[in-house]
Design a protein around this ligand. Sequence first.
Ligand code: FES
Length: 126
Amino acid sequence: MAERNDRRAVLLIRRGTAAEAARYERFEVPYEDGMSVLDALRWIRIHRDGTLAVRYSCINANACKTCMALVNGEVEYTCTAKLTPGPITVEPLPKRPWIRDLVADTVPDDEKLDEEEEPRKRNGAR
Ligand code: FES
């Protein structure tokens, strides 16, 4: 007979946008040894709140670097940051324009297209 897992991790997640007052939402997530913070965020999106904005791509390969966020005040890759049972605070990257929830604009300024340039480049013009 399989044992039931009653262990839980608690995450406090910064939600909203820069235009709103700061708010944190608390989520309890089933916890197993070896889980990452990103595993917990994905569980929340699937089982509790599909509107939670999170970025990731490679998941645990530590290659895409899109999953970066502040985990307990430290910049971390959420896909490799170990989940622990105690309350974990997850916030968007500081010093980058905040888009929503855990998503910040990480495109370097010199790689952004301005509004006039974008349609021309899309059409192949230089
Ligand atoms: S999801 Fe790619 S580095 Fe974390």
